[in-house]
Design a protein around this ligand. Structure first.
Ligand code: HEC
Ligand code: HEC
Length: 264
């Protein structure tokens, strides 16, 4: 009996072992290939990977402002300064605000000196990069009009409902609902309602604040007040989707609970 079982199980274990080895191999090989810089692979590509792996890209882009200034604007400001490398390396390590506005960069104490030097050299090399074309002026941005419960009509620069429906929410809103109710609800209340722990985010999307303000607080956080920084964990796109969901909730266009969507 036990022989028969052994005979049946052994090959299974063997197959599983083979599969595991193969899986590990398949997974680790490209990673290794990426880590060990192949000959001829440029330092710039390595640095871009360093920037992409860290939290930098939640707040910076080469050619446009995100939460922090564009890398090319930073390069243009500092390229001619003799102490630029040391100064920028210090800024990245310590974080802080005041050079570009009042939003703070989070500190990066774990980056090594050589990594900082490499990153700063890459940023400064963008000094001659062309600035991104200016975004379309307001009139060219597509507007979506919706009637609120009060009878008032609002015009938004993003879509709340899928075309031809006033119930099924657009993909961005649905993703915003999912991300919000995975990470933000704990403190800000389920479905962006109210909570004792943190402010009602619907208020923050009303007049006086912009999507940019929302993005800045979400990425930089206010650690001393209990609001975590989401840089490195959430992308700019994720936070914009959360904003759209919360804005839809504040206008009462989007209901509480799982909103009907094109996936239904
Ligand atoms: C939470 C958002 C955020 C993250 C994450 C972030 N930055 Fe920043 N960064 C900013 C802001 C905001 C500023 C402008 C600060 C100021 O006004 O002094 C800034 C400024 C800078 C500057 C200019 C500093 C100066 O002294 O003028 C550099 C260089 C920079 N960031 C590089 C990086 C790099 C590299 C990373 C990743 C290792 C990174 N940043 C991650 C938001 C961020
Ligand atoms: C661990 C609790 C916690 C979590 C989780 C959390 N927040 Fe917060 N958040 C806070 C607190 C506390 C404040 C108020 C900080 C203050 O007093 O300035 C805040 C403030 C904010 C503000 C500014 C609101 C205002 O009225 O000034 C925004 C925007 C925000 N959070 C976005 C988010 C987003 C987006 C998420 C999910 C990705 C999130 N928060 C998750 C605790 C949290």
């Amino acid at each position: 009996m036990s022989r028969l079982r052994d005979a049946l199980i052994r090959p299974v274990i063997f197959v599983v072992a083979i599969l595991t080895i193969q899986t590990i191999d398949v997974v680790s090989w490209p990673a290794k290939a990426r880590q060990a810089p192949a000959e001829g692979k440029s330092e710039a590509a390595n640095t871009e990977k360093l920037l992409a792996d860290g939290d930098c890209r939640s707040c910076h882009a080469p050619d446009r402002k995100v939460v922090g200034p564009s890398y090319s604007d930073i390069a243009r400001r500092y390229a001619a300064q003799a102490d630029a490398v040391a100064k920028l390396a210090r800024s990245i390590r310590q974080g802080g605000s005041g050079n570009w506005g009042n939003v703070s960069m989070t500190p990066h104490p774990d980056l090594k000196d050589e990594q900082l030097a490499q990153i700063v050299a890459w940023i400064l090399s963008l000094k001659d990069a062309q600035p991104a074309p200016t975004p379309p002026i307001q009139a060219e941005v597509k507007q979506y009009k919706y009637t609120l419960n009060s009878g008032k009509t609002v015009a938004l620069d993003f879509q709340v409902f899928v075309e031809g429906s006033d119930k099924k929410v657009a993909k961005d809103i649905f993703r915003g609902y999912q991300i919000y109710n995975s990470y933000c609800y704990r403190c800000h209340g389920t479905d962006a309602t109210t909570s004792e722990l943190a402010p009602d985010l619907r208020r923050f999307t009303e007049a006086g604040t912009t999507p940019q303000d929302f993005l800045s607080v979400a990425m930089a956080g206010r650690e001393e007040k209990g609001m975590p920084s989401w840089a490195g964990f959430l992308s700019e796109e994720d936070v914009r989707q959360i904003y759209r969901y919360v804005k839809g909730r504040s206008l009462e266009l989007v209901p509480t609970g799982r909103p009907p969507s094109e996936y239904d």
